[in-house]
Write a protein that binds this ligand. Structure first.
Ligand code: NDP
Length: 310
């Protein structure tokens, strides 16, 4: 049984920043990187809005830099997963995917969020055969082909822009009559000649013999002038938001209706003393790397203060 001060679960900007602060506060800290070391930013191409990079930075590079910095102050970084976390009493008893047991005096949850799907059976059927929730991971396979992106937010616009530089044509399927993305992203998408925006459209199915060959779409679903037709596509990308990764902790922690961890406003404190949350797992609003990094710093400071007081 390993006994430590702080266990950090997750390796996005929140987890790594918490590790920098916990290490510098001299806390004996272990960080588990989870199944996707570096988190969601590793699936982005260019990050333009992380302060300190005037020319932008590749998402993978940014996360490698953060990891290196996180390791500098004594935090041990492990590429593995925490599979059990008993938050019912202190110290918290946790188990990793190799069966190692850890007793942590405090826990920082920074497990992030995962892409949502529409819930169509065809998404399952064609998963990995034309259906994807990560344009930067899979876009490469669609050079000179036709793809569709579902969603009307910043993620959808970013994915559509990225794919438009590879694919011959991109449909952006938006259920509302407008895009909810920020002005700059909206304008880029509108100005791009090989992106066609299908406003007020829903996807009801996919078809194809060998992978996705098209989508069944409906314009103005449920209205008197509803129109059903098919579009020919080779790839179908989801960009309709994210679900927080809270499965492991939900029996102990207060969550909101969407499953995000509730924290005491202005802090990273959860309803369990000694357990803190940072980054997208506790953030239904901003979903920004820099916000996650800031909240990771808060979580480590909160954990340090808690440990000093107890
Ligand atoms: P959002 O929640 O902003 O947008 C989700 C989009 O998906 C909406 O257009 C929504 O439609 C649509 N949608 C949701 N469910 C369905 C469904 N079942 N069928 C069809 N469409 C659906 O999520 P994002 O991931 O885009 O962004 C989350 C946050 O992160 C935002 O605050 C965004 O600004 C930020 N972000 C910022 C970036 C940046 O600054 N570079 C990059 C990426 C994200 P509807 O509008 O009808 O609800």
């Amino acid at each position: 049984m390993e006994k430590i001060d702080t266990l950090i679960i997750g390796s996005g900007p929140a987890g790594y920043t918490a590790a920098i602060y916990a290490g510098r506060a001299n806390l004996k800290t272990i960080l588990y990187s989870g199944l996707q070391p570096g988190g969601q930013l590793t699936t982005t191409s260019e990050v333009e809005n992380f302060p300190g990079y005037p020319q932008g930075v590749d998402g993978n590079q940014l996360m490698m830099d953060l990891r290196e910095q996180a390791g500098r102050f004594g935090t041990e970084i492990r590429d593995g997963e925490i599979v059990k976390a008993d938050l019912s009493s202190r110290p918290f008893h946790c188990v990793d995917d190799r069966g190692n047991e850890i007793e942590a005096r405090s826990v920082i949850i920074a497990t992030g969020a995962t892409a949502k799907y529409l819930g169509l059976p065809d998404e399952e059927k064609y998963r990995g055969q034309g259906v994807s929730a990560c344009a930067t991971c899979d876009g490469f396979f669609y050079r000179k082909k036709v793809v569709a992106v579902v969603g009307g937010g910043d993620t959808a616009c970013e994915e559509a822009m990225y794919l438009s530089s590879l694919a011959a044509k991109v449909y952006l399927i938006v259920r509302k009559p407008f895009l909810r993305a920020t002005e700059i992203m909206k304008q880029r998408v509108i100005d791009k000649e090989n992106i066609e925006i299908l406003f007020e459209h829903n996807t009801v199915g996919l078809f194809g013999e060998n992978g996705v060959e098209g989508a069944h779409v409906v314009k103005r679903l449920g209205e008197p002038d509803e129109e059903r037709y098919d579009i020919a596509i080779d790839g179908f990308f989801l960009a309709i938001g994210h679900k927080p990764n809270t499965e492991l902790f939900k029996e102990y922690l207060d969550l909101d209706a969407q499953g995000f961890i509730k924290t005491v406003p202005g802090t990273s404190k959860t309803n369990v003393e000694g357990v803190f949350a940072a980054g997208d797992v506790a953030d239904p609003n901003y979903r920004q790397g820099v916000v996650a990094a800031g909240s990771g710093a808060m979580a480590a400071i909160d954990a340090d203060r808690f440990l000093q007081a107890n």
